[in-house]
Write a protein that binds this ligand. Structure first.
Ligand SMILES: NC(=O)c1ncn([C@@H]2O[C@H](COP(=O)(O)O)[C@@H](O)[C@H]2O)c1NC=O
Length: 505
């Protein structure tokens, strides 16, 4: 029986020797490139060098090793096509039945500090070319690009003597799945366009999730192959696995505290909505202020902090049932204490970066936009009454918080503590009523109010006056701005305009 041929050229050499031994024992001749050849030879195998096949040396610092008709002809020739078979015979091209290739580790180097020149050297050309040639010809060629698939192929060959067409097709699909992500990552590096002709999407699966938003929905978690980000690079210090909803809530929670980079900030999230936000001067004090906003809703929620969690804060956190506590750091005794709560996920954020874009999947399409990572620098008082310095600080805090509440969104605060958060309402007055009612239920001092978008009518201002709200901030821009300003002047309430809307849908 004439031997089959497998071309092996891998960067990640783990698990290879056993698989290569299996192939050799099963009537395969192994062809391999420089480093792979040496690796196999050292392990006692008998590969032949690629040069023997191409009759050309590996050249140009390894840029050209396998890019040769003797390789690609052997991979691409259609076995059932007489003309193809005559052609390969005429040119003394031997058929290749299997390709085992994994690529130069471009993903791992794309977002490092090395020079562009060095990154370019991690772009694999010969590997993807062989993979694509073999994959196109999956009718006859098996293409293995993932170390984890060695076992699958071996098992199938043991059971039925060869790989099945179905498996070869699946493996070919995996090739194009990989090369498209690989190329997208390269495009990310080279093409400095925010909205290029094709989306530069390169994401790798981290894990399947138990389910999606609901138990009847399937789900998986992917992270960028190249970019860093808070929701990619975190460490689970304790607790059970994360769910789809957990990850989404964590993302929002981290974005909120990251809004206040210069201060100690804490945020409580429930169902993708903040239900408490505060900035403060001590860890435990900041958490307590956050908790006070809504001690009911935070039950089973998430707490995120942009500061180190100490034991006193951990003790306070443990007084309520939480799903997740996340922070950039924890004191050792705080971790030990929190770990006593078996199911509590303790998340250490390692990379506080947030993305530059938001992608929203719609049926048959994707909407891509710049993140709402700005804050107005054009804020002015539009009423006769001027806010006090303290009121102005409170208004700006509330305005930063309201960015993260679903529209229509209203945040009522007392200084640097949100006390009433009204969001996700289909009109502004309901959001206002809700936020004011929540805040007044627990606090009878001076309150200020922020809105994510303009007031279409004067009703919000009139309501604020009735409820004793002391100052208002909103973007302005309504056709009826004058009505709201007139109302604020009538009631003597200072009102500021930011000229920047913060819808969040
Ligand atoms: N230039 C080529 O013709 C070429 N052929 C295979 N490679 C890659 O070289 C690597 C293996 O190299 P080595 O066997 O020398 O360790 C693999 O990741 C493979 O994808 C190539 N390298 C880059 O393009």
């Amino acid at each position: 029986m004439s031997k089959k041929r497998a071309l092996i050229s891998v960067s990640d050499k783990s698990g290879l020797v056993d698989f290569a031994k299996f192939l050799e024992a099963n009537n395969y001749e192994l062809i391999s490139t420089g480093g792979t050849f040496k690796h196999l030879k050292d392990a006692g195998l008998n590969p032949i060098q690629i040069e023997e096949v191409t009759d050309f040396p590996e050249m140009l610092d390894g840029r050209v090793k396998t890019l040769h008709p003797k390789v690609h002809g052997g991979l691409l020739a259609v076995r059932s096509n007489e003309e193809h078979m005559n052609t390969v015979k005429q040119h003394e091209i031997g058929l290749i039945d299997m390709v085992v290739v994994n690529l130069y580790p471009f993903f791992a180097h794309a977002n490092t500090d090395i020079s562009l020149e060095d990154k370019v050297e991690f772009i694999d050309i010969g590997g993807p070319s062989m993979l694509r040639s073999g994959a196109k010809n999956f009718q006859s060629v098996a293409v293995i690009t993932n170390v984890e698939d060695y076992a699958l192929v071996q098992k199938e060959m043991e059971e039925s003597g060869d790989t099945t067409l179905e498996t070869r097709k699946k493996l070919a699909g995996k090739v194009f799945n990989l090369t498209s992500a690989y190329d997208a990552a390269i495009a990310q590096m080279l093409l400095d366009e925010d909205y290029p002709q094709y989306l530069k999407a390169s994401y790798q699966k981290v894990s399947d999730l138990r389910y999606g938003e609901n138990p009847h929905q399937t789900a998986a978690y992917y992270t960028s192959t190249t970019e860093n980000g808070a929701m990619k690079d975190f460490e689970i210090l304790g607790g059970k696995e994360l769910s789809f909803n957990n990850l989404r809530d964590m993302d929002l929670c981290w974005k909120v505290v990251n809004e206040f980079k210069e201060q100690m900030a804490c945020c409580a999230v429930k169902h993708s909505t903040p239900c408490g936000v505060a900035i403060g001067t001590t860890a435990v004090g900041t958490y307590k202020k956050t908790f006070e906003c809504d001690p009911v809703s935070i039950f089973g929620g998430i707490i995120g902090m942009n500061f180190k969690v100490d034991l006193a804060t951990a003790e306070e956190l443990s007084k309520t049932f939480l799903e997740i506590v996340m922070a950039p750091n924890f004191d050792d005794d705080a971790i030990e204490f929190l770990k006593k709560k078996k199911n509590l996920r303790i998340i250490k954020i390692k990379n506080p970066v947030t993305d530059q874009q938001t992608w929203v999947k719609i049926d048959g399409g994707m909407l891509v936009q710049d993140n709402d990572n700005q804050f107005s620098e054009d804020i002015k008082t539009v009423t006769v009454a001027q806010p006090t310095t303290e009121q102005e600080k409170a208004l700006l805090f509330a305005q930063r918080v309201v960015k993260y509440v679903k529209s229509n969104a209203i945040v009522v605060s007392n200084g640097y503590q949100a006390l009433g958060i009204g969001g996700g309402q289909v009109n502004r007055i309901w959001a206002t009523e809700h936020a004011v009612e929540r805040a007044k239920a627990k606090f009878d001092g001076d309150l200020v109010l922020a809105s994510d978008a303009f007031f279409p009518f004067r009703d919000v201002v009139d309501f604020c006056a009735k409820e004793g709200i002391k100052a208002i901030i909103q973007p302005g821009g309504s056709m009826r701005d004058e009505d709201s300003i007139e109302a604020a002047n009538e009631h003597g309430i200072p009102m500021m305009f930011t000229n920047m809307r913060h819808f969040l849908h």
